[in-house]
Design a protein around this ligand. Structure first.
Ligand code: ZN
Length: 594
């Protein structure tokens, strides 16, 4: 109906599938039972996103699905929670409701529903849903009514839980532990704290599910009552201590399993402990997360080195970990493609005290090309082994095979080698599906091989110029090119016949992609990226205030950057403010940000 293998990537297929599911589920959670007022938007959106997430987890790999969901939450939603537009899942006020179709309302709203599911368990949660739908069929209700149905199904008091709807911000959990060998007792102390956000300086403690496992030195897990290896604790206080009895050796905790709550966690893991979790944790999500944390530590060390002008080096322990990952890759291609993807620039930025976009990009590229060089033969072998001559099929195993193979291509293309370029060119020409053709395109287009880059971009244009959705991708590839000089190419794209300044998808594919997914160029030292965005916001506001307000996001994060960048970004926000006759949409975002 909406997608075809020739023109839609695997990711596109999954998106279409989840959107169809989402809109279908709205029949109940949105249409038959709807919102009393706009403040309740998350009543239908948070709940429906949770339902479409469960659907996608059933259709594909549940771990891959979870990693993708958490990726969005931890980068974009956490950044929203830390910025000037931070608001609770149920906002208390707004100027323009169109500014509140946000990641907080949708994705964090879904995380809140997921926590209810975890706290109550699947059966009571399902009973709560049945009560909610029966009781309110044909009505317009509130998030309180939703929680009341969950209380009635479970007999539990969820008053404190409702703070998730009224308090904004991302809570931080700090965990410490103590092992008493004599009494075979393990104690875990959890502190929770939520930083101030515009709506409140002081936050009351949240009620949240905190799932964990305890690992033995041989990699097996301690079991809890019922033979389970995961236990869900409930946090309600600012500080709480939990005791585990009969623990006959010092365990290594695997914390916040499956990302049981939308929080930031810190526990003093050593690098060795993270590497241990990466190979042994029986919670797939936490295995992936341990790898991400390990990489993040190295990235942060190398960012320091880069800023101080020291040489960048890859520690041997990190290289050894990757050797193991590569060896295990053929066993589980879907999981391996996740494990071998370095943390995104957006996630590294979200965690940084002061974001240095240039250092982040350089360091991440350094690690990638270093891993590519050291394991060149392994990447190549893995790439060839996962080739297939069967016709395209959109089943999970095939999607996993393509994602691992294209990950290998990405590593190989991070070293300037004509042999690797030839592989990518061949893949571009012979692919029978958009996933493989597009992966080849983006790798060639972002490589230093300018001649090939122009050639494949030209061929792609000729082949797909009549497919508007494919042309969005063609524009996006060029707008996200990290090479210097991209801004002037972006200016040219805005004049290209396939661009249409009245089409929001085209605007997002060029201006949105450049400002959000091309940090190294958007944050250019001369401030040209900021000026470019402000020019377009001013121009767009008269035509489409919603899009203009949304495109503004990267400028609103100015407080996270160096003094020099702050001044330049703030000056552009001020210029937008002073440009006269602003829409309510843009006025709200700019005035809250300044
Ligand atoms: Zn919806």
């Amino acid at each position: 109906m909406l997608a075809h293998p020739r023109t839609t990537t695997d990711a596109g297929f999954q998106r279409v599938e989840s959107v169809v599911a989402h809109e279908y589920f709205h029949n109940w959670s949105g249409n038959r039972v709807t919102c009393r007022d706009w403040f309740q938007l998350s009543l239908k959106e948070g709940f429906t996103v949770f339902r479409d997430q469960c659907f996608s987890a059933d259709m594909h790999s549940a771990v891959v699905q979870r990693v993708e969901e958490v990726g969005i939450l931890r980068t974009a939603q956490f950044a929203e929670d830390a910025g000037p537009m931070a608001h609770p899942v149920r906002p208390a006020s707004f100027i323009e409701i169109s500014n509140f179709y946000t990641l907080t309302v949708y994705e964090k709203g879904a995380a809140v529903v997921r926590m209810l599911h975890t706290l109550l368990g699947p059966d009571l949660f399902r009973q709560g849903c049945d009560i909610y739908f029966e009781r309110h069929d044909g009505q317009a209700v509130t998030t309180d009514d939703f929680v009341k149905a969950m209380e009635d199904a479970s007999g539990r008091d969820l008053t404190q839980f409702k703070r998730w709807y009224s308090q904004a911000g991302t809570p931080r959990l700090t965990v410490t532990d103590r092992y008493d060998a004599l009494n075979k007792r393990y104690e875990l102390t959890v502190n929770q704290y939520c930083p101030p956000t515009p709506e409140a300086q002081e936050k009351l403690p949240f009620h949240l599910p905190f799932s964990l496992g305890l690992l033995r030195a041989n990699g097996s897990s301690f079991t809890f009552e019922g033979g389970e290896t995961t236990k869900t604790l409930e946090l309600t206080e600012a500080q709480q201590t939990f005791s585990f009895e009969g623990i006959d050796e010092k365990p290594l905790p695997s914390l916040l399993r499956d990302f049981s709550a939308p929080v930031k966690l810190s526990y003093p893991y050593t690098d060795e402990q993270l590497a241990f979790l990466l190979s042994h944790d029986d919670d797939g999500f936490n295995r992936w997360d341990a790898g991400q944390q390990l990489a993040l530590r190295l990235i942060n060390q190398l960012i320091d080195a880069y800023q101080q002008g020291r040489a960048l080096e890859l520690p041997q322990a990190f290289v050894n970990t990757w050797k193991l990952l590569l060896e295990q890759a053929p066993e589980d291609p879907a999981m391996s493609a996740l494990l071998m993807t370095l943390p995104s620039e957006a996630y590294i930025s979200e965690l940084a005290t002061e974001i240095d976009p240039i250092a982040i990009h350089k360091v991440r590229q350094f690690i990638k090309s270093e891993l590519a060089q050291r394991f060149r033969a392994e990447w190549l072998e893995l790439y060839q082994r996962h080739d297939s001559h069967l016709p395209y099929s959109a089943v999970p195993a095939e999607m996993a095979r393509r994602s691992l193979r294209n990950l290998c291509l990405g590593y190989l293309m991070s070293i300037d080698d004509a042999a690797h370029l030839a592989l990518a060119e061949q893949q571009f020409e012979t692919a029978d599906n958009m996933t493989d053709q597009f992966a080849a395109l983006i790798n060639i287009a972002h490589s230093p091989f300018n001649e090939s880059s122009e050639q494949v971009l030209g061929n792609f244009l000729t082949q797909w110029q009549h497919e508007s959705l494919v042309m969005n991708q063609w524009l996006m590839v060029q707008a996200t090119d990290p090479k210097p000089g991209t801004l002037s190419k972006v200016e040219q794209l805005l004049q290209h016949p396939v661009y249409d300044s009245r089409n929001p998808n085209k605007i997002r594919s060029v201006i949105g992609a450049f400002c959000n997914q091309n940090a190294i160029n958007f944050h250019a030292e001369d401030g040209s990226g900021y000026r470019f965005l402000a020019d377009h916001i001013i121009q767009l506001d008269a035509q489409n205030p919603q899009i203009a307000a949304r495109l503004l996001t990267p400028l609103t994060r100015w407080k996270r950057f160096s003094q020099k960048r702050q001044a330049m970004m703030q000056a552009q926000l001020q210029r937008i403010m002073d440009s006269g006759n602003l829409s309510g949409d843009v006025y709200e975002v700019v005035s809250k940000s300044l």
